[in-house]
Design a protein around this ligand. Sequence first.
Ligand SMILES: *[C@@H]1O[C@H](CO)[C@@H](O)[C@H](O)[C@H]1NC(C)=O
Ligand SMILES: *[C@@H]1O[C@H](CO)[C@@H](O)[C@H](O)[C@H]1NC(C)=O
Ligand SMILES: *[C@@H]1O[C@H](CO)[C@@H](O)[C@H](O)[C@H]1NC(C)=O
Ligand SMILES: *[C@@H]1O[C@H](CO)[C@@H](O)[C@H](O)[C@H]1NC(C)=O
Ligand SMILES: *[C@@H]1O[C@H](CO)[C@@H](O)[C@H](O)[C@H]1NC(C)=O
Ligand SMILES: *[C@@H]1O[C@H](CO)[C@@H](O)[C@H](O)[C@H]1NC(C)=O
Length: 244
Amino acid sequence: SYPGKAHMFILCTLMLEIFVPAVSTGSSAGTPVFVPTGGDLNLDVLDADFPKTFDFFLWKFKTETVMVTFQPNGEPNIREEYRGRIEVSEKKYSVRLKHLTKGDSGTYVARVTAGKDLILAEYDVTVQDPVSPVDLISDSVFNNSTCNVTAACTTPESSISSSFRCDAKTCYQEGGRSEVNTSGGSLRIYLSAESIICNHSNQVSWLKNETNLRSFCPKIAGELNMEQLYKTLHFSKIIPPQDV
Ligand SMILES: *[C@@H]1O[C@H](CO)[C@@H](O)[C@H](O)[C@H]1NC(C)=O
Ligand SMILES: *[C@@H]1O[C@H](CO)[C@@H](O)[C@H](O)[C@H]1NC(C)=O
Ligand SMILES: *[C@@H]1O[C@H](CO)[C@@H](O)[C@H](O)[C@H]1NC(C)=O
Ligand SMILES: *[C@@H]1O[C@H](CO)[C@@H](O)[C@H](O)[C@H]1NC(C)=O
Ligand SMILES: *[C@@H]1O[C@H](CO)[C@@H](O)[C@H](O)[C@H]1NC(C)=O
Ligand SMILES: *[C@@H]1O[C@H](CO)[C@@H](O)[C@H](O)[C@H]1NC(C)=O
């Protein structure tokens, strides 16, 4: 009889919803699914898993929120708060939840009532922002026919660096940390052919930044004989060696 109290209770429930961690790691048996912020989530259930007859079927979020119910004839009833966000798919009883935000992270369960309740599908969903771009800064020192390059990969959250060395023949990664984990992702630095590559990745996206190592070690070219120089720089098609 105290409407104020009722409001208070609802408010508290909402607050709890916001502050309780969205993902309960390890405690659930659902299929892990990662969705980029703003992306869509397909909640699929196999027709073959249904009992021959049942009373009704529903999709639930976080055990307490019913999203949509289905009659045995396939007639859906989308709950108010999910209207406009749920699309019923051609596949019977499967749905698509659109435009996910981080608040949509959590467990989704497909439940059918046929005398007793049966769980037909369970998904542990994590909504993640795509990774930010990564800066690649490098600096080189040339000494005694070898070129030393120090490179750093930097994101707003973390940074790693590594050193590389080139002699006349080859380039290789010398040392330094080559991988760090950020919250839910990782940042890696490595050598591929003669390029230094920074790779910033998480479960939903990755971005790289790349630089040619040889461009930092121009003096190496001077140490090579001309044939090696042409091979190294791939100039042979532009200036035939016999013209030198
Ligand atoms: C790579 O890093 C450089 C240096 O910080 C930056 O200017 C450039 O925009 C980055 N490129 C990409 C593709 O992120
Ligand atoms: C290259 O860098 C490494 C690590 O910084 C250093 O130990 C080494 O002496 C350097 N070599 C040259 C030739 O500068
Ligand atoms: C160049 O390398 C030699 C050893 O290979 C080292 O003694 C010397 O300090 C290095 N010079 C510079 C400027 O790094
Ligand atoms: C320069 O490098 C060569 C082989 O790479 C080595 O034999 C020579 O001792 C080095 N010179 C110095 C001053 O470190
Ligand atoms: C760090 O990243 C690597 C590779 O992406 C992964 O195998 C490892 O489990 C991650 N560690 C943590 C603590 O997230
Ligand atoms: C970057 O890392 C992601 C995740 O590990 C991987 O899928 C992708 O192929 C990598 N890209 C490059 C260019 O290394």
